[in-house]
Ligand binder design. Structure first.
Ligand SMILES: [Zn+2]
Length: 386
């Protein structure tokens, strides 16, 4: 699954009435609490508790119709991963599911739109990453996406095969340097071929992150030949044998990704704070961030993983406000209290094609002093910063 796949979900608009069930279910079979299909019972319980709270007959019917699809699916489902995410809209029978390789907190939502924030947060944390594992004669390609790893079969283009290097014949002192030179040339030819494979792979999978794995020498050889654009995608490297298992590779790559994420987060937070103070290309704090979301000006929304705030949402135009008011200042309709206006802001920002950055650790501490939330804006403005 890629950011592109998710953009199809993000492009769905909200319905006039509540009709969407969103489910995040922990089905991890390494946890005793999920064995013997107990996750199925957990879902039924969550659904029953939620249904209790629904008032109108029409609403209960729509909820049951959507839940029916989801229950049917789960009844026949064999867990393969840590969690599963499902969405169903009773109005147009839209149904979507995806097994995910990250830790999922059980939850069910009933609303006018898909509940995407946990998926978007995981997407940011675990952006699809290509892993390039190579030695002198072989290249293996992997995609790590939402914690899932998949080895990608390499297609030989133009019928060309990468030749293997003969390593015998080093006993003769006179010819050894010659053989070594020939071997070096062959490695270079192989690497050149692989760079072409890599370009195709990155394009086909829409990747923006790469991890290079192998010995330090071969990685250095590859880096020399990487075009600048591909080079800029590299987030780290790993010392791994060519025969490493997918599990070993995934585990090592996750560490590289996490380190890279933490670094990027802190850097972004620092940039947002400076930018908000000086250039007006960014805003910080809840009120300014919501104003930016309401005016569809957010290019990237940044918030601390643990930051939540109650607020208000306009029933008609979905504008968000940190404080109660008699009417929506944009359209005049009534406002509805929401438990977490930050979560609502994320949903709105996603629907307006904004990027999302959830910050943790040091980045979160730095952002806390700036209000826990901020945004880079699409175009320069003087008015939003105030
Ligand atoms: Zn409004």
């Amino acid at each position: 699954m890629s950011r592109y796949d998710l953009s199809l979900l993000f492009s769905r608009t909200h319905s006039a009435q509540k009709s969407v069930v969103s489910v995040y279910l922990d089905v991890d079979q390494s946890k005793p609490r999920n064995l013997n299909r107990r996750f199925e019972r957990q879902l039924k319980k969550m659904a029953a508790d939620l249904k209790e709270k629904l008032s109108g007959v029409g609403e209960r019917e729509r909820f049951s119709a959507a839940m029916h699809h989801i229950q049917d699916f789960i009844t026949a489902y064999s867990p393969t991963d840590k969690g599963i995410v499902l969405f169903c809209d009773a109005i147009d029978d839209f149904f979507w599911h995806q097994a995910v390789g990250f830790d999922v907190v059980d939850q069910i939502r009933w609303g006018r739109e898909l509940f995407l924030q946990p998926l978007a947060a995981a997407m940011d944390e675990l952006e699809s990453c290509g892993i390039v594992l190579l030695d002198r004669t072989k290249l293996r390609l992997f995609v790590l996406s939402l914690g899932h790893i998949e080895e990608v079969a390499m297609e030989k283009r133009d019928g060309k095969r990468v030749r293997h290097i003969k390593t015998s014949g080093f006993n003769n002192a006179d010819s050894s340097s010659h053989i070594q030179r020939k071997a070096d040339n062959q490695i270079r030819a192989n690497v050149r071929e692989w760079v072409r494979e890599l370009e195709q792979f990155v394009k086909a999978r829409r990747l923006h992150r790469l991890i290079l794995a192998g010995t330090a020498e071969i990685i250095a050889e590859l880096r020399k030949m990487l075009p600048a654009r591909l080079g800029s995608f590299v987030i780290g490297q790993l010392n791994l044998p060519i025969k490493a298992t997918a599990r070993q590779i995934a585990s090592a790559a996750k560490t590289v990704e996490a380190t890279y994420e933490r670094g990027t987060e802190l850097e972004k937070v620092q940039r947002i704070i400076t930018s908000a103070a000086t250039s007006g290309k960014a805003v910080k704090g809840l009120a300014a961030a919501l104003k930016a979301v309401n005016s569809k000006r957010v290019w990237e929304l940044i918030y601390s993983a643990d930051y939540q705030a109650p607020g208000y949402e306009c029933w008609n135009c979905s504008a968000l406000f940190p404080k109660r008011a008699t009417r929506c200042s944009l359209c005049g309709a009534r406002l509805v209290a929401v438990d977490d206006v930050v979560e609502r802001a994320v949903e709105h920002a996603l629907r307006n094609q904004a990027k999302i950055e959830v910050v943790n650790a040091e980045g979160a501490t730095a952002l806390k002093s700036a209000g826990g939330i901020g945004a880079f804006l699409k175009t320069r403005t003087g008015t939003l910063a105030s």
